[in-house]
Design a protein around this ligand. Structure first.
Ligand code: AGP
Length: 605
């Protein structure tokens, strides 16, 4: 997703803008640019590709103003190109934007009729010329407010001006934006991660807010043009630094630190002395909940699907799971006795935020399970359950998935205990088993060498199937997603019992099929599904915690994972699937941390 940086200082800002843009690279982008004020004029430089390319341009042609804005663009309107890269400038203003302006075509026609000449295909250039036009008649604040009123859609904006050349203006509607406080300089950014290398004092804008930064102060105005005060937060210092260390890429680091992040998360919620779970600011009485909705996108959605099985197993509450981009358009009947849980690693996913906003507008009770506690979704929820996974940089989510599942499982057993739907002794046993999970993850991570051999089998294949029943089905979905997003192979996650209803037609000689068959109540049925696949030539990788008495002739590979209670097996089954996707992509020499077309945080619809 696009990333915005702005810095106003009493010294040259260019190198800090470049370094901050590099902190935003994890969001995924295809072009970059910067604009500063030099000798009273707007000096704009931009390029396709990485921020390094922009750095090379600046090396040859320095741009050393004390105020500037920078941007990494993930194309929405207009192809990735130098002319479509941000900033978009006129003689008077320069604009960087994250979001989508839905009425850009009609505004563009009006502006062209006034004689404005567009260079790009972007919606952002419409903002540039609208503001330029209004600045001819109005002062700064009025021109900004009148411009924003003309825009339909979402935006986070950073703007600099030829005339007002000592300030940066920011504005937010629907896309995240924050400011940071420095010494004789101030900052504007898409998220705290980009700013935290310069400051730990942050203020988040809310929808409708405008901010005006100079190098000595930051002022805020609401959509009614009224000056307002905003809270200054002190950022938590990340226990886990977001550097690769000795790992080749972030994803391998994040996969291999899952035993540690799981331990951190468990310690945050489990009171070892009292053998109890502490949910801190959980502000709804579990005994009053009649229905729970679980909402997320992608991997976060898969953690919601798993949680449905746990909650149905452990409580009498009715559970509904939904993909956020579907949920936000449903004609829902909201109920005071329902709890709406939003799962999001970044806490900035537009569809998930929109689904949350729909619930808030209907006075529904909301909870978010996030990794970034300062994120928009976290700040908009009635209460937040952090996953404590530390910064996840790899676009493909791994340790955050384990963290999401962990918090959802911890929530499920606590709700069950408060509602007296699980005995005290069973509750205590589950906590004891839970505390063993980090060591079990650590043992499971030792399957890497075998996975590297298995990965070769997937190289030439046209695609792959991942099959499971019950709690293994959502892990099949997640395993397929990992393989898709890292190796660009087509892969399907499917309920094993559904194969006969069509997908069995896909099974042909040599097709890799991953069978997830732990020794649970579905085991025998899943093994017979496996035999149906083998009979049609499928090349089976069987992952189980009980492989001794499985007829394993014609099974291409068997991978044994440690035994634990059924509810916890999904955590262990996930690990080999993450590693499989990783090693197939590595063999293909693909970009592991930044797969093509993908963004870490999808902050547009
Ligand atoms: C995960 O591997 C994917 N990159 C993607 O599906 C991700 O889970 C999804 O975009 C949701 O992101 P979020 O958790 O930050 O809301």
């Amino acid at each position: 997703m696009c990333g915005i940086i702005g810095i106003v200082s009493n010294k040259s800002v260019t190198s800090n803008i470049i370094q901050s843009l590099k902190k935003l690279e994890y969001r995924g982008y295809d072009s970059a640019g910067i604009a500063t004020i030099v000798n009273g004029d707007i000096d704009e430089k931009k390029c396709t590709g990485r921020v390094d390319n922009l750095e090379k341009i600046l090396f040859k042609s320095p741009s050393n103003g004390p105020l500037g804005i920078g941007h990494v663009r993930w194309a929405t309107h207009g192809v990735p190109s130098q002319v479509n890269a941000h900033p978009h400038s006129s003689e008077e203003v320069s604009v960087v934007h994250n979001g989508i302006i839905e009425n850009s075509n009609e505004l563009k026609k009006d502006l062209e009729n006034k004689g404005y000449k567009f260079k790009s295909q972007t919606d952002t250039e419409v903002i540039t010329f609208t503001l330029t036009d209004l600045l001819r008649k109005y002062d700064l604040i009025d021109a900004i407010n009148k411009t924003l009123k003309k825009l339909n859609g979402s935006f986070a904006l950073g703007i600099i001006f030829k005339k007002y050349n000592n300030v940066i203006v920011g504005a937010r509607r629907g896309s995240p934006l924050a400011v940071g406080y420095g010494h004789e300089e101030n900052y504007l950014g898409s998220d705290s991660y980009a700013l935290k290398s310069m400051t730990n004092k942050i203020t988040y804008l809310d929808d409708g807010d405008i901010c005006i930064l100079s190098n000595s102060k930051i002022e805020f105005y609401n959509s009614k043009n009224k000056k307002i005060n905003k809270e200054i937060l002190t950022l938590s210092d990340d226990k886990h630094n977001a550097e690769k260390g000795d790992y080749k890429d972030f994803m391998s680091k994040e996969i291999n630190e899952q035993d540690m992040t799981a331990k951190t998360c468990i310690n945050e919620y489990v009171d070892h002395l009292r053998q109890d779970i502490n949910l801190y600011n959980f502000s709804i009485k579990p005994e009053e909940i009649e229905k729970i909705f679980l909402i997320g996108c992608g991997t976060a959605y898969h953690s919601c699907v798993i949680a449905k099985y746990w909650l149905e197993e452990l409580t009498s509450i009715s559970i509904e799971v939904d993909i956020a981009s579907e949920f936000r358009y449903r004609k829902l009947k909201f109920n005071k006795k329902s709890l709406y849980i939003f799962v999001s690693q970044s806490g900035e996913t537009a569809d998930t935020f929109a689904a949350l906003d729909l619930c808030k507008k209907n006075n529904a009770k909301t909870c978010s399970i996030v990794n970034m506690v300062e994120s928009s979704i976290a700040r908009a929820s009635d209460f937040v359950l952090p996953i404590h996974a530390g910064p996840e940089i790899g676009v493909a989510s791994t340790k955050a998935f384990i963290g999401q599942m962990l918090v959802l499982y911890i929530l499920a057993i606590k709700i069950s205990e408060v509602r007296k739907e699980i005995s005290k002794s069973d509750y205590s046993k589950k906590i004891t088993e839970l505390k063993k999970l980090p060591d079990l993850i650590s043992r499971t991570l030792k399957c890497q060498d075998k996975i590297q051999i298995i990965a070769k089998d997937f190289l030439e294949s046209k695609g792959a199937m991942f099959l499971g029943r019950g709690l293994s089905f959502p892990i099949a979905l997640e395993g397929a997603l990992k393989l898709k997003e890292l190796s660009y192979l087509h892969a399907e996650g499917y309920p094993a019992g559904e194969m006969k209803h069509g997908p069995l037609a896909l099974i042909e000689e040599g097709l890799p099929v991953v069978i997830l068959a732990p020794k649970d109540r579905y085991f025998e049925k899943t093994i017979s599904n496996m035999q149906e696949v083998i009979a049609r030539g499928g090349k089976v990788l069987l992952i189980s915690n009980e492989t001794n008495n499985v007829i394993s002739e014609n099974v291409r590979f068997t991978l044994e994972i440690p035994k634990t209670e059924d509810c916890l097996t999904p955590f262990l089954m996930t690990i080999p699937l993450q590693l499989l996707a990783y090693h197939v992509a590595s063999l293909k020499n693909y970009d592991i941390d930044k797969p093509r077309n993908l963004a870490k945080s999808v902050t547009v619809e």
